[in-house]
Design a protein around this ligand. Sequence first.
Ligand code: MN
Ligand code: MN
Length: 472
Amino acid sequence: MRKVSSDQKNNIDQLTYKTTNVWDSGFAKKDIMDFSEKYKLFLDKAKTEREFVKESVILAEQKGFKNIDELDVSKLNPGDKVYRVVKNKLMLLAVIGKKPAEEGVRIVGAHVDAPRFDIKPNPLYESTDMVFLKTHYYGGIKKYQWVAIPLALHGVIVKADGTVVEVNVGEDENDPVFTITDLLPHLAKDQYEKKLNEAFKAEDMNALIGSEPLEDKDIKERFKKNILALLNQKYGIVEEDLISSELELVPAFKARDVGFDRSMVGAYGQDDRVCAYPALIAITEITDPEYTAVCYLTDKEEIGSVGNTGAESMALENFIADLCAMTTNGQYSDRLVRNSLSRSKMLSADVNAAFDPNYEGTHDKMNAGYLGKGVAILKYSGSRGKSGASDASAEFLNEVRRLLNENNIPWHITELGAVDKGGGGTIAMMIANLGVDVIDVGVPLLSMHSPFEIASKADIYATYKAYHVFLK
Ligand code: MN
Ligand code: MN
């Protein structure tokens, strides 16, 4: 057996991998708490992808970013700040580096959509003197969590003449709210006996929006028509206009501090705004990067990153093509874009499934995300035998690890959960397909995809620091 002298004991101890709780690290508590105050205010204003993009544009313009599609110059210089919005739901921001974009860029990419209930295209009906909106859930939800809570309605209605009406009802404390009802326990005998995933049927999850009729009893559907009259009065719309709308029901409550010590944030939609917001703040604070810094805020991640506002779209390539064209000293060619992508590096900024001691057995504790242990690095996601995983290389993981260590930012290595317990993915795989080195780096969450997700304020701050040093 190897003998260890007393002076060797310390050295031996240094051989082991250890994690640090962020509260024990060098960050000032005030910085941690102040960051989350601003984060909570932003969350309350940005409950949908459109709202997040809208608020991000306001912030970016305050910080000197210019719309790349409205520039009157064809050349970008180091330090220039530009942004692009695609279809009001996806956003890209860049701070031009000292090196031309063809030498690669540094990207932090997050998503700004979140699980919710969308309103169906033809949604309005009355039943037993009550009025409802039919819904279609969006993303992976546990349906039972969304009944019997106050819901707010956010979104847009495009009228026949093309004008866009913005809807936001349920956020002001004087606003009405809406709700999807649940059955009383007294009559829930049959419901109790159903499996959790069968107890609530999607087609029965209709939102209650009214119960007062028009006065004239001769009018058919006078409860529904009363709501239509109110909608017409408020928004100037008719029922057919609802067909060209995007309306989302989201929890009506605000982001709150959680715990006597106020150490956590509880809010709707923290997946993935708890990464998107730190990424946004980080890029607005970058001034003179070596490599062009890019923040990528995508939509549709919760349904597979599809469509022209998802990470599978051409949005990133098109943006990098423009950056290459506007920073190259030579002639622009398609090759510059391909070179840029294969030399680029990205942190896929998405949340991590934190270990919950009330639900033992879901994680391998040696490879789990934990609340408070700082930035969660996820080498790969996927399910079963790493199916569908974007598996970051050991070399790139090491670069990220070294960067965080050099900057004293607490981090820990994680898996999505125990092997064969489930699985999932992020936008990492779509961007990795382009040749970019990508790894998932984000905030561990409790109650992910529920109406009230929990994050540690210390982790949020550590993650912001991590994105900042990566882009810098
Ligand atoms: Mn996510
Ligand atoms: Mn998600």
